[in-house]
Design a protein around this ligand. Structure first.
Ligand code: FES
Ligand code: FES
Length: 167
């Protein structure tokens, strides 16, 4: 057995006091310990973006982030992006504008990359890196889609950006 360490952080707006193994990644903490399985494990070594979450508002690959390094931070996952989404009550959850745009523009096929794409897309707009399709392609290049939904993903992001919705 490995030594357990205390970790305090906020996940999707909820304060958590956890006990974790020091070597555990943020991705494994979310998926295995907290059962927040919306965040996906694609490559587990920083090359696909399926595991993208926000830490203090910045996008990170959670597979490359040791959970210990998020002490005191605010983590947001795809479950927390929809308003009221973490309750798991689909009837009362309101989708985030980026989630709505992905649906409207068919920004996914199998959906495996989609949570990471959406978390990255929100960050891309917040960073001011969504001013043209070329810029979006460049700043979304860390998110791989094996189904090749790229054109529709760019359309969805452009739509949200141009619509001026608060992301
Ligand atoms: Fe983290 Fe692929 S699972 S980048
Ligand atoms: Fe299948 Fe992107 S929708 S990998």
């Amino acid at each position: 057995a490995f030594e357990q360490m205390p970790l305090q952080l906020t996940i999707n707006g909820k304060a958590r006091q956890l006990s974790i193994e020091p070597r555990v990644t943020l991705l494994d903490l979310l998926r295995e310990q907290l059962h927040l399985t919306g965040t996906k494990k694609g490559c587990d070594h920083g090359q696909c973006g399926a595991c993208t979450v926000h830490v203090d508002g910045q996008r990170v690959n959670s597979c490359l982030t040791l959970a210990m390094t998020t002490e005191g931070c605010a983590v947001t996952t795809i479950e927390g992006l929809a308003e009221g989404g973490e309750s798991g009550d689909a009837a009362t959850a309101r989708l985030h504008p980026m989630q709505e745009a992905f649906i409207k523009h068919d920004g996914f096929q199998c959906g495996y990359c989609t949570p990471g794409q959406i978390m990255s897309a929100v960050a891309c707009i917040r960073e001011g890196h969504a001013n043209s399709p070329d810029e979006i392609r460049e700043y979304m290049s860390g998110n791989i889609c094996r189904c090749g939904a790229y054109a529709n993903i760019v359309d969805a992001i452009m739509d949200v950006k141009q619509g001026g919705a608060k992301v």
